[in-house]
Ligand binder design. Structure first.
Ligand code: FAD
Length: 620
């Protein structure tokens, strides 16, 4: 049922406002429709909806809810109500409000103007405050900053964490060099084209490496588990809008961009960084750190496109921000050689399931499925999210249920998308999903994964900080062999996987462009992982009847769900606990999982590094 809460001065938040599909203009409309005004009037107990001034309301969130337990599918809104505008009414409406005053208690709230800045304007405003008195004013001092040499900072990796760290540092006045082993999006697009069409994998420019990081050729989902309305998440979202993302990502309950929108956004981001004086080195791989007196003083880089003419150049910096993502396994190894403190981290492995999108639309929407119309209809292309706990005690493999309960869940669901290859070398095979903004392909894919911990790594004799990396690699190699090489993916229908039976040679069609080959995926993972997957799929089918289908195809293997390692750092300074001058950030360092959380980590790290180097004095 709808809720109303006093958010802050002058604003009330109305949430869980349901508007039936027939009364809503559709998924792309983010204004105040008559249907929504009716829902608002109902919660305010205001007698005539049409008398409410629509300009007093702003849509904060809009989602589509087609859960079976509802009487009918509906759009669900969260709306902010500006009391100032609400009270600025014609006399009759005012009269109504006054009658409701004892219930609502609106009038005592003093309205105020709201800050709606993106990161760049927030930093600019804070700089204005910090600049202090101007020339000729009491307390004016010659500014030392212009005469001081700027601290030189290397940010390694141009994924979301590296980009946001660079942005904050450059805005705060650091001399930033952004070093990226992969290519700028223009060339990266050509390299990915060559991979998808001609099977040529560039080890340094692919779905994981290159401008924008792992999330560029992705679904661009901007959902996050770190608090959708927190200031930092909003700052990231508004900054994305500043660089060209559509403003509806600020409102949409499940915002996503799609690859086609991410590419121009990244170009604008790059241009802004260059305008701030950031030096960007694409095709440049960091191979080593320069360490003097137990402090990082720079990096050794090589030309990532030309191994044979690599010059091994040494570059000096005051600080090195390591934002390399979790596919940079060479970097983990290099860090180990300096005894940088790292610990193995739990993560999840599994398979990517793909259904015809129509099946998912029918499961989720029943009669409304016809409204989807390949992403152009009134309701969004259907997605799903499922999670189950599988207790291994039931199967007699452990002593205590608490210890052995495994979580099995769907992850990174891409409606209207495609399965893509995220390997970074020829002998390992792993996959993920991407989509374009319209989400109009014939398929819906999602990872179905099971949590794995140090116990699982130990059971395969993988020990030490990089045990999880070895665990991932093991299954990527097995998958490559099972596919028969050339990036062909081993696959099995969901129905056959449940019956432990090799699928017939004519598999259902897949969106994966490099080919699928029938294989028994039971031969891939240890039995307990396979059993957990089998068991959870049966449970998912109870929630989503029709999920088990001969047209649903499981693809192997999904291993890079999140980082298998955490590089230990100080909670305040973000500096490595074991090596001064090194700042591990983002997903690869084990502090984020997804585009938005990686960006937020980069943002905080930017402020922390700036503070350590004396560029910034405020709170973080
Ligand atoms: P990354 O994005 O991995 O960036 C690291 C960068 O560092 C890379 O560009 C790499 O080339 C560079 N680098 C590595 N080593 C070196 C070196 N030695 N020298 C120089 N540069 C180096 N998340 C979502 O939230 N929503 C999604 O829809 C989504 N879809 C995805 C789809 C795919 C296909 C993939 C692969 C991932 C997807 N993710 C998604 C996950 C998301 O992309 C990551 O969580 C996020 O990009 C992590 O950001 P990061 O900055 O920590 O690292």
């Amino acid at each position: 049922s709808p809720e109303i809460e006093n958010k802050d001065e002058g604003f009330w938040r109305l949430s869980k406002l349901g508007v039936p599909v027939q009364k809503d203009p559709g998924k792309d409309f983010l204004g105040i429709s008559d249907g929504l005004l009716e829902a608002i009037a109902k919660v305010l107990e205001f007698p005539v909806a049409t008398m409410l001034p629509s300009e007093a309301f702003t849509v904060v969130r809009k989602s589509f809810d087609a859960r079976k337990l509802l009487k009918e599918p509906k759009f669900v809104y969260t709306v902010d109500m500006d009391v100032k505008k609400l009270l600025n009414l014609e006399p009759r409406t005012w009269d109504f409000i006054c009658q409701l005053e004892p219930k609502l208690g609106l009038i005592e709230h003093i309205p105020h103007e709201r800050d709606s800045g993106d990161l760049i304007s927030v930093i600019h405003d804070s700089k204005k405050i910090h600049e202090g008195p101007g020339f000729g004013e009491p307390g004016y001092q010659v500014h030392s900053e212009s005469t001081k040499t700027k601290p030189k900072i290397a940010v390694v990796g141009s994924g979301p964490s590296g980009l946001f760290a660079s942005l904050v540092l450059a805005e705060l006045g650091a001399d930033v060099t952004l070093i990226e082993r992969g290519q700028a999006v223009e060339q990266r697009g050509r390299d990915i084209g060559a991979l998808v069409v001609r099977r040529i994998l560039q080890s340094e420019s692919n779905f994981c490496f290159g401008e924008g990081g792992a999330g560029t050729w992705s679904d661009g989902k901007l959902v996050t588990r770190i608090g959708r309305n927190s200031d930092s998440v909003l700052a990231v979202m508004k900054t994305l809008v500043h660089f060209g993302a559509p403003a509806n990502i600020l409102v949409d309950g499940k915002p996503h961009l799609g690859t086609d929108r991410l590419i121009p956004l990244l170009r604008n981001f790059r241009q802004h960084l260059q305008d701030l004086g950031v030096t960007i080195k694409f095709g440049t791989r960091v191979d080593d750190l320069l360490v003097e007196n137990e402090q990082v003083v720079g990096v050794r880089v090589s030309d990532a496109r030309n191994e044979f003419h690599s010059d091994g150049q040494k570059l000096k910096y005051d600080a090195v921000v390591l934002a390399v993502g979790h596919s940079a396994r060479d970097i983990y190894k290099m860090l180990l050689s300096y005894n940088v403190h790292m610990i193995p981290k739990d993560f999840a492995v599994g398979l990517r399931v793909e259904h015809p999108q129509e099946i998912i639309n029918n499961i989720q929407y029943s009669a409304l499925a016809a409204e989807v119309r390949k992403g152009r209809g009134k309701v969004p292309v259907a997605d799903y999210k499922v999670v189950k706990y599988v207790d291994e005690v039931d199967k007699g493999t452990a002593t205590s249920s608490r210890e052995t309960s495994r979580s099995c869940y769907s992850f990174c669901m891409c409606p209207g998308g495609q399965v893509v290859l995220t390997s970074t070398n020829q002998s390992e095979l792993c996959i993920n999903g991407m989509s374009f903004s319209r989400r109009s392909s014939r398929w819906a894919n999602a990872a179905l994964v099971v949590t794995v911990t140090s116990k699982d790594f130990d059971s395969l004799q993988f020990h030490g900080p990089l045990a999880g990396v070895e665990f991932q690699r093991e299954f990527e190699r097995r998958a490559a062999i099972m596919g028969g090489g050339n990036f062909v993916v081993p696959a099995q229908t969901v129905a056959d996987f449940l019956n432990n039976k090799l699928s017939e040679t004519s598999l259902p069609t897949s969106s994966y462009r490099l080919g699928v080959k029938a294989a028994n995926l039971h031969e891939l993972f240890p039995a307990h992982v396979t059993e957990a997957l089998q068991h959870s799929i049966s449970m998912f089918d109870r929630e989503l009847p029709g999920f088990i289908s001969k047209d649903a195809l499981l693809h192997g293997v999904e291993t890079r769900t999140s980082s298998p390692v955490q590089i230990s750092r100080d909670g305040d300074t973000y500096e490595s606990v074991s090596l001064k001058g090194l700042y591990p950030i983002g997903e690869g360092a084990g502090y984020a999982g997804g585009i938005v959380s990686a960006a937020v980590d980069g943002l905080y790290a930017g402020f922390a590094v700036a503070k350590n180097l004396g560029l910034y004095e405020g709170g973080i």
